[in-house]
Design a protein around this ligand. Structure first.
Ligand code: MTE
Length: 311
């Protein structure tokens, strides 16, 4: 009898654990295979980075969204305003790719994504993602906490914000020739937000390296904020004492602010935020404050009540 085993993201999260064990077994086997291969060639034994061990701290209240849905409904304005940008995004050249770390740091540096992964290591986390357009998904990211990248960068005590920048090469992305957008895509967080364990840098998704449309080879993931804060295809990480102005904020500050924390009670000028629609099922559910991550992040905003913390 043929037994077809579903992958973790094709079944409800409470059923996904056996798959997780299975994934770890695969990781061990892959690592053993890599070690065997390098033993023959005499090189160093490298562990295969994907799939990575899952960090069980963050759990879901909904099934994971299959890749065939999330990979065909994307926002990546460098490749146009359509949600169907996966084939256009194939123009993105991710090798070579380096990330410049600069500004208020002990020593500015340029690192390849492989260098960063080798220094920090990878883990998998299941996160919800809520776009300000009121759709949502749940995906297994692979990466590491942003706090670990901050530690690697060693910012000085003068740094108050982290600013992220996406590539800006129109040869790789035709949307970048559209001069009405203030390219490059920029986003930022406070140092306190960057130090929160929930803030994540992803280099993979669904147990493999990021496909281009998800913002390969390295992107930010901030699950308690609206999706536009989760900047893709990062080439520069700067430490600064000036609050970064994101691309959307620069374009339309009345609609897109710096903080952009999820709050069902504060509507965006064009979309109510009270509910959200699951991308996979079309089911509409109430949206949660901080996208359900309040216990992890609400403290970050104590004393900041006068700020426009939502959308
Ligand atoms: N990053 C860049 N560089 N360009 C973009 O257009 N779109 C943002 C964010 N990061 C965007 C970006 C928005 S609006 C959302 S909702 C998420 O990416 C979408 O991520 P996904 O396509 O992986 O679902």
């Amino acid at each position: 009898m043929l037994i077809k085993r579903k992958r973790g993201w094709e079944m409800p999260e409470h059923l996904a654990t056996p798959e997780h064990v299975f994934l770890n077994r695969r990781a061990i086997l892959a690592g053993m295979a890599a070690a065997g291969a390098t033993a023959l060639s005499g090189g160093p034994a490298l562990a295969a980075p994907y799939p990575a061990r899952r960090n069980e701290t963050y759990t879901l209240d909904r099934p994971l969204t299959p890749e065939k849905i999330t990979g065909n409904y994307n926002n990546f304005y460098e490749y146009g305003t359509s949600k169907k940008v996966a084939s256009a995004a194939e123009q993105l050249k991710t090798e070579p790719w380096s990330v410049r770390i600069d500004g208020m740091v002990a020593k500015e540096m340029t690192l390849s994504v492989d260098d960063i992964v080798a220094k920090i290591g990878l883990e998998e986390r299941l996160y919800r993602h809520r776009c300000v357009e009121a759709w949502s998904m749940a995906v297994p990211w692979t990466g590491f906490s942003l706090a670990k990248l901050v530690a690697l960068a060693a910012p000085t005590s003068a740094a108050k914000f982290v600013r992220f920048e996406t590539f800006n090469d129109p040869k790789m992305a035709p949307g970048l020739a559209q001069s009405w957008y203030p390219w490059p895509y920029v986003e930022g967080v406070t140092m306190a937000e960057a130090g929160n364990d929930l803030a994540f840098i992803a280099t993979g998704i669904y147990g493999k390296a990021l496909p281009k449309v998800f913002g390969a080879p390295i992107r930010l993931v901030l699950p308690w904020k609206y999706g536009f804060k989760s900047i893709k295809s990062i080439v520069r990480v700067s430490f600064t004492d000036k609050r970064p102005v994101g691309m959307w904020e620069q374009l339309q500050a009345s609609e897109y602010g710096f903080w952009a924390n999820v709050n069902p009670e504060v509507p965006h000028p064009r979309w109510s935020q009270a509910t959200e629609t699951f991308l996979n099922t079309g089911e509409r559910v109430p949206t949660q404050l901080f996208n359900g991550y309040g216990p992890y992040v609400a403290d970050l905003y104590k004393g900041l009540e006068k700020e426009r913390l939502w959308a």
